[in-house]
Design a protein. Structure first.
Length: 85
């Protein structure tokens, strides 16, 4: 937990191959465009690959202006293993 708190998601935890696309998803949410069911790999600190399903939604204030992003990532590694068998 302490190893990840306060660290930038894209620059610290996303592989080079997916940095641009994950950054684009988050930037789109900051501009008001939600993204659902975006898949990308993430590697644990021990090098194990996990398949992540990301949903990014703009958070808006009372005036409708975007104030942030709510991002939810779900580990779907096991689901992908089962469906590829």
């Amino acid at each position: 937990k302490e190893e990840t708190i306060g660290k930038h998601l894209v620059s610290n935890f996303i592989t080079e191959e997916f940095k641009d696309s994950v950054q684009d998803v988050l930037a789109a949410a900051l501009s008001g465009k939600d993204t659902a069911n975006f898949e990308f790999p993430l590697f644990t600190k021990h090098g194990k690959r996990k398949e992540i399903l990301l949903n990014a939604t703009a958070r808006r204030g009372p005036d409708g202006e975007v104030t942030g992003v709510i991002g939810v990532g779900q580990d779907i590694t096991r689901i992908r293993e089962i469906t590829s068998e």
